[in-house]
Design a protein around this ligand. Structure first.
Ligand SMILES: [Zn+2]
Length: 62
């Protein structure tokens, strides 16, 4: 008897994104940073948060 619970068309989950907690699917591009898995779409926000301390306001002191 075939297993009807198996869904051959369902995308395989490769890992969970460490930024948003969402699923990263098989074949999807992602970033691996220090062992974390990050969606390509999450990378921008991830990097901004990671380097938030580096963000400065440019003020001329003259
Ligand atoms: Zn994500």
């Amino acid at each position: 008897m075939p297993n009807h619970l198996l869904e051959p068309d369902a995308e395989k989950v490769f890992a969970l994104c460490d930024h948003c907690g969402g699923e990263i699917y098989d074949g999807e591009d992602y970033y691996e940073i220090d062992g974390d898995h990050i969606h390509e779409d999450c990378f921008d926000n991830f990097a901004r948060e990671l380097y938030s301390d580096c963000r400065k306001e440019a003020i001329c002191h003259e």
